[in-house]
Write a protein that binds this ligand. Structure first.
Ligand code: ATP
Length: 307
């Protein structure tokens, strides 16, 4: 798959704060790319630069072979962005918001009507088009934010924390829509999220800290490198488990042992077969990866320091 976004040496400071510090990475066409980090890590700054909303200090941004420095207008035509904060005009109706956005891309008249009908079906908001945006619920507004981002049929979609604060039903709908667009149109999706179960579905993940890459890889690579495996043992006493000499915790029906890898788990089981009569091995999760890399836990938009 070709590289559709190529970032080299991207840097942006606000006074003394290096929000983005010599950042280099690439995104392949059609992939779901997760860009993670704690609050203030530099995610929004990076997205705002790539989307032409913010000036970089230095570095290069190439989108589908075109440089941001010389081809901003053409690049913008291929990008759709859902920002953290809605850009919809609260005083206007849903239809007026989408119509004025479409006009910026030269989409008017019948072409606009067809596009509106398509998006209404896709995001299930036919009953909302005459409503004033300011009176919509958070989940309803998010669907219109996404419609706004998709109005010109972009090939790359940026989603900056698209599901924060949404009810499970709306989250599910949004992911079904995004998965469908990727399958049917080969759309590339650049995602920031605080939900690690969403990041676990990505093709490639980058975790940034203080504007620099702290870890990167596929979810499986990251889990193998940072999270290790867990062996859950049932029906044994704590004494027997403690004698193994590995880190463990008591859970409702047994004990959860931490091992650095699947190979280490196999070795432990072969050494003490009488202990492992009823057990299961599971891989660490992306939450464990995030915690290992950043020292912080993410819980759906809120971060807690983890001692
Ligand atoms: P979050 O998850 O909270 O959205 P983020 O990873 O998107 O965080 P950024 O918003 O990119 O982080 O911020 C990176 C750093 O730059 C932070 O230290 C932030 O305080 C700082 N920063 C961002 N915008 C500005 C600004 N306009 N003026 C000064 N400092 C800024």
């Amino acid at each position: 798959m070709k590289k559709i976004i190529e970032i080299q040496g991207l840097t942006k400071s606000y006074g003394d704060i290096k929000a983005v510090n010599d950042l280099s990475f690439s995104v392949r066409e059609g992939e779901l790319f997760a860009f993670l980090g704690t609050n203030g890590a530099g995610k929004s700054t990076t997205i705002n630069i790539i989307c032409g909303q913010l000036k970089k200090d230095c570095g290069s941004v190439i989108i589908d072979g075109k440089s941001l420095d010389t081809d901003l207008y053409r690049i913008k035509g291929s990008l759709g962005v859902v920002f953290q904060n809605s850009l919809l005009d609260k005083a206007l109706t849903v239809r007026d918001n989408l119509e004025s956005r479409a006009a910026l891309y030269g989409i008017t008249g019948e072409e606009f009507e067809a596009r509106l009908e398509y998006l209404c079906k896709l995001l299930d908001f036919s009953d909302l088009t005459k409503r004033t945006v300011g009176k919509l619920s958070g989940g309803q507004r998010r669907r219109i934010d996404i419609a706004r981002a998709l109005i010109h049929d972009p090939s790359i979609l940026f989603l900056d924390e698209p599901t924060t604060g949404l009810d499970p039903q709306t989250r599910k709908l949004l992911w079904e829509v995004i998965d469908g667009l990727r399958r049917e149109k080969g759309m590339t999706v650049f995602l920031t999220t605080h939900y690690m179960e969403e990041a676990a579905e990505a093709d490639y993940v980058i975790i940034i800290e203080k504007g620099e890459i702290a870890a990167e890889g596929t979810p499986l690579e990251l889990k193998n490198k940072y999270a290790g495996d867990f062996v859950t043992v049932y029906g044994k006493s704590e004494e027997e488990i403690a004698a193994l000499g590995v880190r463990y915790e008591a859970i409702r029906d047994g004990f959860r042992l931490y091992v650095p890898s699947t190979a280490a788990a196999a070795e432990m089981i072969i050494k003490s077969p009488s202990l492992f009569t009823d057990y299961e091995i599971t891989k660490g999760k992306m939450d464990d990866v995030f915690l290992a890399v950043t020292g912080k836990k993410l819980t759906g938009g809120n971060e807690n320091e983890n001692a």
